[in-house]
Design a protein around this ligand. Structure first.
Ligand SMILES: Nc1ncnc2c1ncn2[C@@H]1O[C@H](COP(=O)(O)OP(=O)(O)O)[C@@H](O)[C@H]1O
Ligand SMILES: [Mg+2]
Length: 301
């Protein structure tokens, strides 16, 4: 069928997923439907499927390749072989390692204070305080945990967590736990490419994800509590600041998601900017799937 489409000249777009989700996430099926309404055939394609010829696609949109964190080198190398990749491969390389937060902080973006632990260095835990331990290359809140370092049991589990990541040669992040997430939640702001640069589409509130020490999770991601949200002026301003500081400028991404949590003074701080595998929460906003489909169409020219 896709060959017929190709011969009839209808545009084809790959929506890139992983082998655990061969028919995409339900949210991305909304995008596929919105593209179909616009005469574009969206084909789910698994990123590491050797049978896919990526040169068949003028545009290949990363959506749910959620199994890459333990295969990061392979994933980034693969991204470099996909001619029509969105977001572009160099942004994917940059964005899949949260050490980019250091660059954004240097550019003036408010970020969570972070201690970075390389695989070959040790960690001296603080005496007290609640901390998050998570990998620099991670997704779906996997391998992330929350520890009260004054509690001897938590302290032992925190040290073991860092050791586990180090043994797997993963860079580790240690951050103070931003406890406003327990009440205010986390705000994700979604932007899609428009003629004048990234255009704000919608936002959601995500409930707190970390209840305590990491004991592992079955599956690709921890379950999330999502509700629609109207972002504050301050949140919009930080998101714009993040987009302006992206490598190559704000106009390159097809989509971007900026995740913020209020810091100790209540002002929003950046947790991550997602350019690779964000859930876009299209089901929570009427019209969002259509807006993204329009952005895809514009990229197809
Ligand atoms: N410093 C922090 N304070 C409070 N919660 C945090 C912090 N860092 C991460 N979290 C929680 O863990 C989740 C996953 O962390 P995140 O950095 O977004 O990694 P991922 O790429 O896995 O989504 C966040 O959605 C948030 O709920
Ligand atoms: Mg996140």
């Amino acid at each position: 069928m896709s060959d017929n489409h190709a011969t009839r000249g209808l545009p084809r777009v790959a929506l890139i997923t992983c082998k655990e989700l061969p028919e995409l996430d339900p949210d991305d099926r909304l995008l596929a439907a919105a593209l179909a309404e616009r005469g574009v055939t969206a084909e789910p394609r698994v990123w590491d499927d050797p049978a896919v010829d990526w040169t068949d696609y003028p545009l290949a949109v990363l959506r749910s390749p959620w199994d890459y964190p333990t295969r990061h080198t392979e994933f980034v190398a693969w991204a470099g072989t996909v001619p029509g990749l969105a977001n572009p491969a160099d942004l994917v390389r940059w964005n899949t390692d949260k050490r980019y937060l250091r660059e954004l902080a240097a550019a003036g973006v408010p970020t969570v204070p972070t201690e970075w632990i390389a695989p070959d260095t040790g960690w001296n835990p603080a005496a007290t305080g609640e901390y998050v331990i998570k990998p620099a290359v991670g997704a779906g809140s996997l391998d992330a945990g929350r520890y009260d370092l004054a509690d001897p049991e938590h302290r032992g589990l925190a040290v073991a967590h860092v050791e586990r990541l180090r043994a797997a040669h993963r860079h580790t992040m240690v951050q103070p736990y931003l406890d406003a997430v327990d009440t205010a939640g986390e705000t994700s702001l979604l932007f899609f490419a428009g003629p004048d640069g990234p255009a704000f589409s919608h936002a959601i509130r995500k409930g707190p994800m970390l209840e305590g020490p990491d004991h592992g999770v079955e599956g690709l991601f921890r379950p999330e509590q999502i509700t629609p949200r109207v972002p504050s002026e301050a949140e919009l301003a930080v998101a714009e600041q993040v987009l302006a500081a992206l490598p190559g400028g704000p106009r390159r991404p097809l989509y971007a998601r900026v995740d913020l949590i209020p810091g100790p003074d209540g002002a929003p701080v950046l947790v991550e900017v997602e350019l690779t595998e964000p859930s876009l929460f299209l089901a929570h906003e009427p019209g969002a799937a259509g807006r993204l489909a329009d952005a895809v169409l514009a990229r197809l020219g």
